[in-house]
Design a protein around this ligand. Structure first.
Ligand code: KIV
Ligand code: NA
Length: 276
């Protein structure tokens, strides 16, 4: 029996207690987050966050599948969504369905996410028709930052507000179970949330969204480059890791580490766990 939160349950949380979402890319972090969240996203941000690429365009299908498998091994109850990387779905509905089938088939995740509204409605509808739940992603689209000339907040002009609303409605109509709204003027994200029937998940959007998501490394203070304004750092892991490395380095250099507790002695009294 599957104890995982399904996408239908996520959909029905519209207007209820806000949905708690975080990205996860690895087995240990999935283990730690799973008890606390409704949804884990294996974001293509993994290309930047863990692999050091300049943009999310560095993500590949193989990379997403490997991290999706790791997160599935580390989680038991959260709904796991895996991002479709750039280049795996834009060309055609057939390409999108083939890529989505590979992601779900090789990871066992609950759903896939892709970026785009009106222009990607055909892809969303085709993946949903193939029996795979889809999460949409509108507003600031990281896979398009090179084309857009940088990270630009959306919804500042009447024209873009209308385009955002059209994107939201297109994603909803195409059958997505939920939609991420990223980097969008607060009132616009709130208005979209009121006007569509599927839950909106905000990031740099609005507290009125039906849920929130952050990149895990940003949230725990592990991001070494500039963090965006919308991030709140709930921990300072940069300092924890740097401090541990500094103390380790000092103890290795002055031979304080390893101490008696960290070596295997010949003594019969010792209770080593070396299996020998
Ligand atoms: O890749 C990612 O981390 C994302 C979230 C920020 C929504 O798409
Ligand atoms: Na993403």
């Amino acid at each position: 029996t599957d104890i995982r939160i399904g996408t239908e349950l996520i959909r029905r949380r519209k207007g209820g207690i806000p949905l708690v979402c975080l990205t996860a890319y690895t087995y240990p972090v999935a283990r730690l987050l799973d008890p606390h969240v409704d949804l884990l996203l294996v974001g293509d941000s993994v290309a930047m966050v863990l692999h050091g690429h300049e943009t999310t365009l560095g993500a590949s299908l193989e990379m997403m599948i490997a991290h999706g498998q790791a997160v599935m091994r580390g989680s038991a109850r959260a709904c796991v969504v895996v991002d479709m990387p750039a280049g795996s779905y834009e060309d055609s509905a057939a390409q999108a369905v083939a890529s989505a089938r590979r992601i779900v088939g090789e990871t066992g995740c609950q759903a896939v996410k892709l970026e785009g509204g009106v222009d990607m409605a055909g892809q969303i509808a085709a993946i949903v028709a193939a029996g795979i739940p889809v999460m949409g992603h509108i507003g600031l689209l990281p896979q398009s930052v090179e084309k857009d000339g940088g990270y630009k907040i959306k919804g500042r002009t009447d024209e873009t507000v209308a385009a955002l609303m059209a994107d939201a409605r297109a994603v909803e109509k195409a059958g997505a179970f939920s939609v991420v709204i990223e980097g969008t003027i607060e009132a616009v994200a709130a208005d979209i949330t009121r006007r569509i029937a599927i839950p909106t998940i905000g990031i740099g959007a609005s507290g009125d969204c039906d849920g929130q998501i952050l990149v895990i490394d940003d949230m725990v203070g592990l991001t070494v480059d500039r963090v965006p304004k919308f991030v709140k750092e709930y921990a300072d892991l940069r300092r924890v890791i740097a401090n541990a490395a500094e103390r380790y380095a000092a103890e290795v250099r002055d031979r304080t580490f390893p101490g008696p507790a960290h070596v295997f002695s010949d003594s019969k009294a010792s209770s080593g766990t070396d299996g020998g």
